[in-house]
Design a binder for this molecule. Structure first.
Ligand code: SAJ
Length: 462
């Protein structure tokens, strides 16, 4: 079947001549950069989103993700050049597209089951207007088999067309690090697994020529989706192992960070670090895609499930450390004023999706603490029912305890002696993200605790 009446060899020139029409479904933190980079590469791109504000801002050349280096400029220039436009009306955009690229969210619901409702909805929408010869590309992260077993039948029944014969279907999962997405999209090799070889080769040629990246061609969408989950769950499980070492070594009086840094000198040790837990739109949910597929075939992935439990318990451990540190100063959590520095789920991004810090804040408030919050990405905004302070200094004023929840770059330059002048005397300091040097904290007369740190001790033991 010759999709698009062309082949992988001729596709790059079609792109350069501006003859390629691409429609991106979902203009979120993955969809918008995907659309903008294709437009930047010469394609005529239409972005479809259900949120009016997103469509309006995009058509005005503005980008909501200001924390994504390089993205605002590419969006502005692509819209100005007429290569990128956004709409809430999908029909025309899909029926005229050579490629329909799906970038809608796949969260988990409160029972930790994958919520594929957006995938089902977009499959119906795309199916209804699917043009003969076009190719559907799935970038969203889903369980292995969801593309073949859930999306494909909908696309066929809605379009009345046959996959393989009339249209292509390919998984090309996004592999971009929020906070570094544009650079990642232009450098990290892409995984491409199609319903057949022709569609796989075509989509591989598309990403190679538009993004300048290498591609790994795989035998099926199911395999491509398994790759995406395997790399994310590998990370989640290794973070859980680091957290388990931290909990154990704290009790044994060994500094887990010192241990991990030393292990990292060995060629086959990939360091992961303990902390307040695992947040974000990806890792806390991705495990459940595989767990649910495993349950369907009677195979429970125990390590993956246990890793989730360990990582999900880390916020409570941070609260335990706050209690311990305050006790050392003769205080308790109840009635104490606690300043939390950092709300985002990871450094230097403006994103609190499933951030462990929210659990820490609500737990401390439940226990009767007065909580102040500061995050450089959210100055002056409301988060977790609190007003985010405008500066570290304002947040820590007269605090009994300071907690570092996110390793934002700004906190790496914290002057702990200055900080101790602003807090109550001999306050507590809990580092949940390995930001400060324990001896500097002790040197500044803080009662110090850190995740994986074995309590206050002198320089020699660091
Ligand atoms: N974290 C730790 N210890 C570590 C590393 C991370 O506690 O050693 C925590 C972070 O603080 C954060 C969470 O884990 O709360 C996730 O951090 P992350 O760096 O994995 O960031 P994500 O979730 O934004 O991005 C991940 C990346 N996946 C991998 O590196 C395998 C990214 O490449 C994916 O594209 C992204 O998921 C995704 O979209 O799936």
């Amino acid at each position: 079947m010759r999709y698009l009446n062309t082949n992988a060899k001729d596709l790059p020139s079609l792109l350069r001549k501006g003859k390629l029409r691409i429609t991106v479904m979902g203009l979120g933190r993955i969809g918008l950069p995907t659309a903008a980079l294709f437009a930047n590469a010469g394609a005529k791109v239409t972005g479809v989103d259900i949120v009016k504000e997103v469509v309006k801002e995009t058509n005005a050349g503005r980008c909501l993700f200001k924390d994504e280096p390089g993205l605002p400029e590419i969006v502005r220039s692509s819209v100005k050049a007429g290569a990128l436009r956004a709409t809430m009306a999908p029909e025309e955009a899909i029926s005229s597209a050579h490629f329909a690229i799906i970038c809608v969210p796949t969260p988990v619901d409160e029972t930790k089951s994958p919520d594929y409702s957006a995938m089902v909805k977009v499959s119906h929408t795309v199916g209804k207007s699917l043009k003969k010869g076009s190719v559907v590309v799935v970038e969203s992260t889903v369980g292995p088999g969801i593309v073949e077993e859930m999306m494909l039948p909908i696309l066929e029944s809605e379009s009345g067309r046959k996959v393989g014969d009339d249209f292509g279907l390919v998984s090309c999962p996004e592999r971009s690090d929020p906070g570094n997405i544009v650079q990642n999209m232009r450098s990290v090799p892409r995984i491409v697994g199609g319903y057949n070889v022709e569609s796989t080769n075509l989509v591989a040629a598309l990403y190679e020529s538009a993004f300048g990246v290498k591609t790994i061609r795989l035998t099926s969408p199911k395999t491509a989706n398994a790759v995406k989950l395997t790399e994310n769950l590998f990370r989640d499980v290794n973070i859980a192992l680091a957290n388990e070492f931290a909990l154990l070594y704290e009790k044994l009086g060994v500094d887990a960070i010192e241990v991990i840094n030393a292990c990292a000198t060995k060629y086959n040790f990939m360091p992961h670090y303990p902390g307040a837990g695992v947040g974000g739109p990806c890792l806390p949910s991705n495990s459940y895609y595989l767990i649910s597929e495993g349950i369907k075939v009677g195979n429970i992935p125990y390590i993956i499930r246990l890793a989730r439990e360990i990582n999900d318990r880390m916020p409570d451990h941070v609260v335990e450390l706050v209690g311990e540190a305050l006790n050392e100063t003769g205080k308790t959590i109840r009635g104490s004023r606690i300043a939390i520095l950092g709300a985002s789920y990871k450094p230097n991004v403006k994103d609190v999706q499933l951030t462990p810090v929210e659990k820490v804040v609500s737990r401390l408030r439940e226990m009767g603490a007065e909580v102040e919050l500061y995050d450089p990405m959210f100055k002056g905004e409301k988060l977790f029912g609190l007003s985010v302070q405008s500066s570290v200094q304002k947040a820590v004023r007269m605090a009994d305890c300071v907690v570092i929840g996110t390793a934002h770059s700004e906190f790496k330059a914290l002057d702990l002696r200055e900080l101790s002048q602003l807090t109550r005397a001999h306050a507590a300091l809990v580092d949940a993200r390995n930001v400060v040097d324990p001896s500097d904290a002790v040197g500044a007369h803080f009662a110090f605790r850190g995740v994986g740190r074995s309590g206050p001790r002198d320089k020699a033991a660091r």
